[in-house]
Design a protein around this ligand. Sequence first.
Ligand SMILES: NC(=O)c1ccc[n+]([C@@H]2O[C@H](COP(=O)([O-])OP(=O)(O)OC[C@H]3O[C@@H](n4cnc5c(N)ncnc54)[C@H](O)[C@@H]3O)[C@@H](O)[C@H]2O)c1
Length: 435
Amino acid sequence: MSLKIESPKGKLGVLTPGMGAVSTTFIAGVEAVKKGLGEPVGSLTQLGTIRLGKRTDNRVPMIKDFVPLAGLKQLVFGGWDIFPDNAYEAARKAQVLNSDLLAKLKAPLQKISPMKAVFDPRYVRRIDGPNVKTKGSLKDKAEALIDDIAKFKKQNQCDRLVMVWCGSTEVFCEPAAVHQDLKAFEKGLAASDENIAPSQVYAYAALKSGVPFANGAPNLTLDVPALQALAKDRGVPVCGKDFKTGQTYMKTLISPGLKARMLGCSGWYSTNILGNRDGEVLDDPESFKTKEVSKLSVLDHILQPNLYPQLYKDLFHTVRINYYPPRGDAKEGWDNIDVFGWLGYPMQIKVNFLCRDSILAAPLVLDLVLLLDLAQRSGLKGIQEWLSFYFKSPMTAPGLYPEHDLFIQLIKLKNTLRWMKGEDMITHLGQEYYD
Ligand SMILES: NC(=O)c1ccc[n+]([C@@H]2O[C@H](COP(=O)([O-])OP(=O)(O)OC[C@H]3O[C@@H](n4cnc5c(N)ncnc54)[C@H](O)[C@@H]3O)[C@@H](O)[C@H]2O)c1
């Protein structure tokens, strides 16, 4: 039995609260691929394949041919930012893509001007800008966003929309009384409750409009009962949080390998230098704390010190981010990993990843847009755990621990696609080849 999947006809609008480095690198990248100026490297939906049936069956279609995804030509872009720069100017300022390439993309990028943002400087402290909605309560601002969404859809003649939070990392928050159910949340919006973050106003507006929402930052945003209930109630798929790109991506490659071989780990020291606007925001200790919690949780869940105390119970894990403007978006991440083997003999692994944050994040945004849209057309709603592959802190049902191992996440994602299409799940048992 396969799911009934609606066809991806018409235009798919992509809305990003936050039109900074990640968002503009993603938009410019899609425009570049459309013009044949580059390849969508890093995108599973564009370059990945999926094996179907037995290894001897030779059925390995491209993922994009196997499930009905929207094509790149069907995508149209919009968003909100506190700065009024259009996508061309914002991409130039972000300095991720070179000016030669951006000059060739000027026409489509210049057309995308950010709508006025819902912003609160208590939640993002290191930056401030003029392009913001100033009137009324949070309820009025949520309604203004719902209006923005409807206008964008109409003006661009979109069939469907997807929203991906590409805004700055907000300060660390924990769920409050106002987040416990939808009634309390809506009352809180009307009273402009200080516990409601701007990202939650966007998420609320998206869900109310029936628009799937992915959270690319580590903010609390959707991780509250009120918004999760709204997602289920409205039949909208959601996922998050915090794109798994540089250092954490490496961590989720290396740590499952250590555990697979029952090698111990006594220390993991991670530090980064980063000079873009994201780095500037993360220089604020409260925004960094949100990021730190997201980055730290990974090792505990993968290494399971409760199950393997002799290997991991004393693991000392530290993550640092240092704002260092000369590097811009070309971040450098160092890891010193103290491991031990047979009879406890110590060894070390050093990783020096000279990466480009937004170059790694852009293809994840693309995949999330296409797969969330697929989820919605397939009738899936609420938390989409199969999209954990893309996140540092995957959202799960309450009481369920997240799966962080990148390869288990990939199997889960591909098996979900097989399940959607009524194909056999692949267990990798393989006994049948020897019968
Ligand atoms: N690049 C990566 O590899 C990566 C990985 C994981 C998570 N992230 C997260 O993705 C987000 C975007 O990263 P970036 O490098 O593009 O940062 P950026 O600073 O270049 O862009 C963020 C943009 O959001 C805007 N903004 C802030 N609050 C807003 C609001 N309430 N409404 C609308 N706009 C708002 C800012 O003005 C800024 O232009 C950050 O939260 C970052 O931590 C990035």
